[in-house]
Ligand binder design. Structure first.
Ligand SMILES: Nc1nc2c(ncn2[C@@H]2O[C@H](COP(=O)(O)OP(=O)(O)OP(=O)(O)O)[C@@H](O)[C@H]2O)c(=O)[nH]1
Ligand SMILES: [Mg+2]
Length: 333
């Protein structure tokens, strides 16, 4: 055995360690799938993950508040669903190292995501362009491809449904795929079932929009718990409590708990603009070029396009609201 402290020791140790991916997490118990054997087992996370030294460029280094900047530091790393990890099974099975992440989300708490299926219901809860625009910003910031699913189409009449489709056609022209579904009767599922191959897909959306119902329709054997909505309130309580990946269509899909509120992790007004590819396509025509924040600057091409009906009015209005939200963020310590 080579002397302690040499890099060969690390290689020696590394070889003994095995690679797996985290499929499920419930109260600090991780379900791992070994990447070679495909076997599943339960593991815990070793304490040393709490004191990992990371450098500025590490995928684990994230700016979490307005005040903190990225720097070399010691951090706590909690493995997440979707992580690829090294584990040691000498005595107990323990996760010893988390490999760098391609991307990650906090809500839902998943890493290495290939695409996000953002679910909105047409009603109960009501469809919201405000939330849609916010989601697109948050996911664009993580460079995550988005597929939109509009659920519960059986609950509204054809006329308002057509009007909604008309309004959403702008997003189709931006390049988003939109699937309209009635999960109760598996309507709209033909194309949807083909998009999961070789990908980790995460379902995201407000609580009660029908994420678990959609997964149950795709995989009836799952029998996930869904909520029977309170008609008086038009909304329900959170039903899904943990995050887990399920095998489907040659890939993995995660059902995740919904949420009622989601915050930006943007700290500079300039960063918001970057998440609007439709605005960016026009900004070279703004009088102030890419210095234009599309607020009240003269000669703003985005405002002109909105006035001409080329951009839906709500899109610019939401952008301006988000800008205020980001400017007014209270520094967290
Ligand atoms: N009519 C109709 N009802 C639906 C549809 N999809 C979901 N629902 C109902 O909507 C309610 C909420 O569905 P869930 O699947 O529990 O919602 P969820 O998004 O998983 O909620 P959380 O787990 O809290 O995030 C349930 O009563 C479902 O039966 C649909 O396409 N049509
Ligand atoms: Mg659910």
């Amino acid at each position: 055995m080579p002397p302690a402290g040499s890099s060969e020791v690390n290689i020696y140790r590394r070889n003994r360690l095995k690679k797996a991916f985290v499929k499920k997490l419930i109260s600090n118990q991780y379900t791992l799938v070994d990447l070679t054997s495909g076997k599943e087992f339960i593991a815990s996370a070793r304490g040393k993950l709490r004191h990992m030294r990371i450098d500025e460029d590490s995928s684990f280094n994230r700016q979490t508040t307005k005040k903190t900047k990225k720097e070399n530091k010691v951090v706590t790393i909690s493995p997440k669903v979707g992580d690829v990890v090294f584990y040691d099974d000498q005595e107990q099975v323990q996760i010893t190292e988390v490999l760098p992440r391609q991307n990650e989300l906090e809500r839902p708490d998943v890493a290495n995501i290939d695409q996000v299926l953002v679910v909105f219901s047409v009603i109960r809860p009501d469809f919201s362009f405000h939330l849609l625009d916010k989601f697109l910003v948050i996911l664009d910031l993580e460079r995550l491809p988005v597929v939109l699913v509009i659920s519960k189409i059986d609950l509204i009449d054809d006329e308002p449904l057509q009007a909604l489709k008309e309004d959403l056609s702008y997003y189709v022209s931006m390049g988003y795929d939109i699937h309209y579904v009635n999960s109760k009767e598996r309507i709209g599922f033909d194309v949807l079932t083909t998009i999961f191959k070789d990908k980790i897909t995460v379902l995201a959306g407000q609580t009660g929009v029908g994420k678990s119902t959609l997964l149950n329709a795709l995989m009836p054997e799952l029998q996930l718990k869904t909520q029977e909505i309170s008609h008086a309130l038009g909304r329900g309580k959170h039903t899904t409590r943990h995050t887990e990946l399920y095998e489907f269509g040659g890939g993995y899909i995660a059902d995740t708990p919904g949420f009622s509120k989601i915050d930006f992790r943007i700290f500079e007004p300039d960063m918001l603009k970057e998440c609007y590819p439709d605005f960016n396509a026009l900004s070279s025509s703004c009088r102030f070029g890419n210095k234009c924040l599309h607020q009240h600057e003269p000669g703003c091409a985005v405002r002109e396009a909105t006035e001409q009906g080329k951009i839906p009015p709500w899109r610019l209005a939401h952008y301006r609201l988000f800008l205020e939200e980001i400017k007014n963020q209270k520094p967290k310590y």
